[in-house]
Design a protein around this ligand. Structure first.
Ligand SMILES: Nc1ncnc2c1ncn2[C@@H]1O[C@H](COP(=O)(O)OP(=O)(O)OP(=O)(O)O)[C@@H](O)[C@H]1O
Ligand SMILES: O=C(O)[C@H](O)[C@@H](O)[C@H](O)[C@H](O)CO
Length: 169
């Protein structure tokens, strides 16, 4: 996500936030030992992400946030960043993009990155993340194939955002 999000933010000429930077040290230590976080571990983290994106929105800015917002209830916390959000209104200012790939592709990418010492996330945690992933069509999450090259992925995301806007208006 970081790869694609950084490019998207550059194209949109806006800021970019990485949710991993908001984890307390204990959460990162837990994950690096191969222990999945609990909902309790995620509560303050999601709240701090909500605060950060809300500050951008209130300042009239766009922002791209990379975040494993795996569950609808996590995404709902982030939707509240939009001061005009009304529960269940999935056309609010907070848009979600889910980058999709097979478990094998994601595992290989995460494994390579971990071996290079570039990230705390061990690939063994992937299954616990996939077990939590929940996306319902009615939520209008934009689904994009992450096996394309990053430039194409970004083009597709931008086109999809425009199309969704046209459908709502
Ligand atoms: N479209 C792509 N094609 C090939 N490799 C990619 C692509 N996108 C990302 N990668 C590679 O996959 C690895 C993980 O990518 P990235 O760091 O963007 O993922 P992430 O979703 O931010 O991960 P996490 O959620 O664990 O932080 C990186 O080594 C990156 O170079
Ligand atoms: O809620 C969580 O379990 C965490 O946020 C994870 O999703 C990782 O931090 C992420 O996948 C690695 O970037």
């Amino acid at each position: 996500m970081r790869t694609v999000a950084a490019l998207l933010a550059k194209n949109l000429r806006c800021g970019f936030l990485e949710a991993d930077d908001f984890h307390p040290r204990l959460n990162k230590e837990k994950m690096s030992k191969g222990i999945p976080l609990t909902d309790e571990d995620r509560t303050l983290w999601l709240q701090s992400l909500q605060n950060a994106t809300r500050a951008k929105i209130l300042n009239g800015e766009n922002v791209v946030l990379t975040c494993s917002a795996l569950q609808k209830r996590y995404r709902d916390v982030l939707r509240v960043s939009d001061p005009d959000y009304e529960a269940g209104n999935y056309d609010c200012r907070v848009k979600f993009v889910c980058l999709t790939a097979s478990k094998e592709v994601i595992f290989a990418r995460v494994e390579r990155r971990a071996k290079e010492g570039k990230h705390f996330m061990p690939p063994e945690l992937l299954q616990s993340q996939l077990d939590l992933l929940q996306v319902d069509e009615s939520e209008r999450v934009i689904m994009v194939d992450a096996t394309d090259n990053p430039d194409s992925v970004v083009d597709i995301i931008q086109a999809q955002i425009i199309q969704n806007k046209a459908e709502v208006n």
